[in-house]
Design a protein around this ligand. Structure first.
Ligand code: ADP
Ligand code: MG
Length: 224
C-alpha cells in the first residue's frame, strides 16, 4: 500500500534531515511507528500524504505516485484516499462537531453531504462517546473529546489508508482503548491500512508491526 524509496527531505533553514532508503507497508497492515520526539514521525506522515514534498525519492500510495502529482491531484487524493488524524487535530473552531466530522465532504471537489454521511458521522461520534456533543463547538470540548472528533473525521469516508499521529495521546486509558479499537476494527473489517504514531508502549502489542524511527531514518549516517 505504501512504498518509500531513497527519500530525502529537509526543512528550509533547519538542521533536521530525513533519509529513508526503503520502507514498505502492505495493504491491510496495522503498523505502529515509534521514536523520539523530533525524529521526523509527523514529517513522514505528511510526506506520505503529500502535505509536504520530498527533496528527492519516490513515494507510492496504492497506485498513486505522490511525488509526481499536481497540487490539485494530491489534494483530492488526500481528501478521499487518506484518513488523517493530525497531531494537533486541525478542527475548525467555527464549525460544530458534526460539521467538523463531515469536513472531508465539505471540502472535497465533487463530494457532498448526504443523509447517509450524516448518519455515519453520528455513528462514529456515538462509538467514541461524543454522540451527545454533535452540536458543540470545539472550544466547548476537552482535549480528549477534540481528539475523538479528529478520529471520527478520519474514518468518515472509509479511506483505504489511515495515517494517525498520536491519536491516543490526550486520552485517558479507557478512551485510549476505545479509539485504538475503533481504528483497528476499521482496518480489520475494511481491509484498509493503518499507520499510527504512538508513544503508548502498552498499545504496541495490538499492532502487526512496530517500526522504530531510529531504525528507519538514516539521517545520522548521512550527516557524518
Ligand atoms: P516528531 O513527529 O517525530 O516529533 P517532527 O516530524 O514533527 O518530529 O519534526 C522533526 C524535526 O523537524 C524537528 O526537529 C522539528 O523541530 C523540525 N520541524 C518540524 N516542522 C518543521 C517546519 N515546518 N519547519 C522547520 N522545522 C520543522
Ligand atoms: Mg509528531
Amino acid at each position: 500500500m505504501i512504498e518509500v524509496r531513497d527519500l530525502r527531505f529537509h526543512y528550509t533553514g533547519s538542521e533536521f534531515a530525513l533519509h529513508i532508503d526503503h520502507l514498505a507497508v502492505q495493504s491491510g497492515e496495522a503498523v505502529a511507528m515509534v521514536g523520539p520526539s523530533g525524529s521526523g514521525k509527523t514529517t513522514l506522515l505528511n510526506l506520505i500524504a503529500g502535505v509536504v514534498l520530498s527533496d528527492t525519492g519516490k513515494i507510492r500510495v496504492g497506485k498513486q505516485q505522490v511525488d509526481a502529482m499536481s497540487d490539485a491531484a494530491r489534494r483530492s487524493f488526500r481528501i478521499s484516499g487518506i484518513g488523517m488524524v493530525f497531531q494537533n487535530f486541525e478542527l475548525l473552531e467555527y464549525l460544530p462537531v458534526v460539521d467538523n466530522i463531515l469536513l472531508p465532504l465539505r471540502i472535497g471537489a465533487g463530494l457532498k453531504v448526504t443523509d447517509g454521511a450524516r448518519r455515519r458521522a453520528a455513528e462514529l461520534a456515538q462509538y467514541v462517546g461524543i454522540g451527545d456533543k454533535l452540536q458543540r463547538y470545539p472550544a466547548q470540548l476537552s482535549q480528549g473529546e477534540r481528539q475523538r472528533v479528529a478520529v471520527s473525521r478520519a474514518l468518515l469516508l472509509q479511506p483505504p489508508l489511515v495515517l494517525a499521529d498520536e491519536p491516543t495521546g490526550n486520552l485517558d486509558p479507557s478512551n485510549k482503548g476505545l479509539v485504538l479499537e475503533l481504528l483497528l476494527d476499521y482496518v480489520r473489517t475494511s481491509g484498509a491500512t493503518l499507520v499510527t504514531v504512538t508513544h503508548d508502549r502498552e498499545l504496541l502489542s495490538s499492532f502487526q508491526r512496530v517500526l522504530d524511527f531510529r531504525d528507519i531514518n538514516q539521517w545520522r549516517e548521512t550527516a557524518l
